[in-house]
Design a binder for this molecule. Structure first.
Ligand code: ZN
Length: 178
């Protein structure tokens, strides 16, 4: 995972639980806490941090990762506002993620190991996103979609009927836009 993801995780923890909590989490994982946004750091380190955050905040991983996804969207949008500014609405933005946006991310970062999305257009207010990534961070993807919805002023509900955590080779996110 790129350092920028760690930077945003640090911001979230400091904002919600304070600097002392973040330092204690770093101590427990043995991380030095120095992350350069464009550098790659091990996924294991990220997952260890998330594990300690769950303990510190007394929240299940699914909840922490979902909240982090929403927060991550806001932070990435603040850093790269053109991505959403160029989309006319939430649905066209989501459809642009796999090609246009990830294409831009590839110019900004070397080897970002991005997930892949395929889309099934199920109607004006419906979009099915098929998520594939060896990291299986579908809950993070859900959080990012919720963050994007907030940015475009939409309410969304997300069904997740097929999941890599249940042995499937992809996750299916059925997004309903209100
Ligand atoms: Zn899933």
């Amino acid at each position: 995972m790129k350092g920028v993801i760690f930077n945003v995780l640090e911001e979230l923890v400091i904002e919600t639980a304070g600097m002392a909590a973040w330092n204690s989490i770093l101590n427990k994982t043995g991380s030095d806490g120095i992350y350069t946004s464009g550098e790659s750091y091990s996924d294991d380190e990220l997952f260890a941090l998330v594990g300690e955050i769950c303990i510190a905040l007394d929240m299940p991983a699914e909840k922490v990762v979902g909240i982090f996804g929403e927060y991550l969207f806001d932070q990435l949008d603040a850093r790269h506002p053109d991505f959403t500014a160029n989309a006319s609405d939430l649905k066209s933005f989501l459809i642009s993620v796999d090609t246009v946006i990830h294409g831009e991310v590839l110019k900004l970062y070397t080897n970002p190991n991005l997930p892949r999305f395929e889309y099934q257009d199920k109607g004006e207010k419906q979009l099915t996103m098929l998520y594939r990534s060896p990291r299986k961070l579908c809950i993070l993807a859900e959080g990012l979609v919720r963050g994007a919805a907030k940015r475009f002023g939409n309410e969304v509900s997300i069904e997740h009927p097929v999941c890599m955590h249940n042995g499937a080779d992809h996750c299916q996110l059925d997004v309903s836009i209100a």
